[in-house]
Design a binder for this molecule. Structure first.
Ligand SMILES: Nc1ncnc2c1ncn2[C@@H]1O[C@H](COP(=O)(O)OP(=O)(O)O)[C@@H](O)[C@H]1O
Ligand SMILES: [Mg+2]
Length: 379
């Protein structure tokens, strides 16, 4: 049996890759088709970072060739993900609410201690490893932890001139630019911030800092759903929110409130999805043993239940805690299950940002008229 390239291409025209309107030949995803006898090699270039879409494309190619051309064809599919991942994300951005900062992602949790800061810091380094320009704004006025988690506790942001203005220069480590409310207080100093005051401080850290160009700014929000969150969310144009929860019931109940907070009319920030942290405990030496000490898949069910995407699960592993404590996020490791778990989570979040930007206009900061002391910060 001798396979013809034209027959193969014809078969591939029946496939549409998720997220692209045209079939894969038309869209240019098929870069090359080589046939020899009953063998065929198909080179694909996809722009999506989502693993399941890539797997899907491969399965579809095999199926199309087997069904439409020759059922015994020996097919090899090479998939390359173009560095076009980044430009592609950019193309889908409909507007730039803050000059230079493309996407602002708020990371929230209803309950404290569920690993919000751990997830945020690992997300930040994963994004940086993928080549994105990343900023991390640690807005947790009750317990800022970015300085420790990035081993920059003793650093203090300097002021630099940008044009004729003085701006705060973020501290940088592991490819992530960081500003934290912790840089401006003494360790152990209890700071009581009211909502409008916190919003003002954060506004300064966003608008009066020399972030440069960022693909993503992650905001580590304080836990809970209080008045501080209202102030922050109403004054900043947040692209989307990620809610972190453990599978435990008390955490889930609070995560649900967190989602509801973002979705309420006066805030209206798209929820990108829910992350399940501490999904199960796994001992490093027995990675296949999983102990569901906080319950199983609770966050996944919650996501299904309230109709928001489930973004992924991170196990409870001792080295994740240790990495946080020594200030070197675990996602910096290479070729470990932990790195993979964070990478998959990150890809899913990027994909949800792309989806969000394709389907919705930019979030606008809301003009606050009812809360005393808040000025309008509509940019
Ligand atoms: N997946 C995990 N595996 C192991 N330890 C974790 C994990 N996630 C968080 N921790 C640890 O749990 C504690 C609380 O996490 P943290 O990120 O500070 O929570 P939050 O910001 O929600 O208060 C920290 O000591 C952290 O190192
Ligand atoms: Mg925290």
């Amino acid at each position: 049996m001798k396979l013809e390239k034209s027959d193969i291409l014809k078969a591939l025209e029946s496939i549409t890759v998720a997220g692209e309107g045209k079939n894969m030949v038309e869209s240019g995803a098929v870069k090359n088709v080589i046939t020899f006898g009953d063998e065929v090699v198909v080179d694909l270039v996809l722009s999506t970072p989502a693993l399941h879409i890539r797997k899907r494309a491969e399965v579809d190619v095999l199926k199309a060739i087997h069904e439409k051309v020759y059922e015994k064809a020996k097919v090899k599919v090479n998939i390359k993900v173009e560095a076009a991942e980044k430009p592609d994300l950019k193309n889908s951005i409909k507007g730039k609410p803050i000059p230079g900062i493309t996407n602002i992602i708020a990371v929230a949790s209803g309950k404290g201690g569920v690993g919000k800061s751990t997830v945020t810091s690992n997300l930040a380094v994963s994004l940086a490893k993928m080549g994105f320009k990343v900023g991390l704004l640690d807005a947790d006025i009750y317990g800022p932890s970015a300085p420790i988690m990035f081993d920059v506790e003793r650093e203090r942001p300097l002021s630099v001139k940008v044009g004729d203005k003085s701006k705060m220069k973020p501290i940088e480590n592991y490819g992530v630019k960081i500003l934290s409310i912790g840089f401006f207080t003494q360790p152990n100093q209890a700071v009581v911030w009211r909502g409008p005051m916190a919003a003002k401080a954060l506004n300064q850290m966003i608008f009066d800092a020399a972030w440069g160009e960022l693909d993503f700014m992650l905001i580590d929000l304080p836990p809970g759903t209080g008045d501080i969150h209202l102030s922050i969310m109403q004054s900043l144009p947040i692209t989307g929110a990620v809610v972190v929860s453990t599978p435990q019931n008390v955490a889930l109940a609070d995560a649900k409130k967190g989602v509801a907070m973002f979705q309420q009319d006066s805030i209206n920030v798209p929820v990108l999805g829910i992350v399940e942290n501490m999904a199960y405990f796994t001992p490093e030496e027995l990675p296949n043993n999983k102990y569901y000490i906080f319950g199983k898949e609770g966050a996944k069910y919650l996501a299904e239940d309230i109709g928001v995407p489930f973004l992924g699960e991170i196990p409870l592993v001792q080295s994740i805690r240790e990495a946080g404590d020594i200030g070197r996020p675990a996602a910096l490791q290479t070729a470990t299950p932990i790195e993979k778990a964070f990478e998959e989570l990150t890809r899913n979040i990027v994909q949800e940002v792309v989806n969000r930007n394709e389907s919705l206009p930019p979030t606008e900061a809301i003009k606050i008229t009812t809360m005393a002391g808040c000025s309008a910060v509509k940019k």
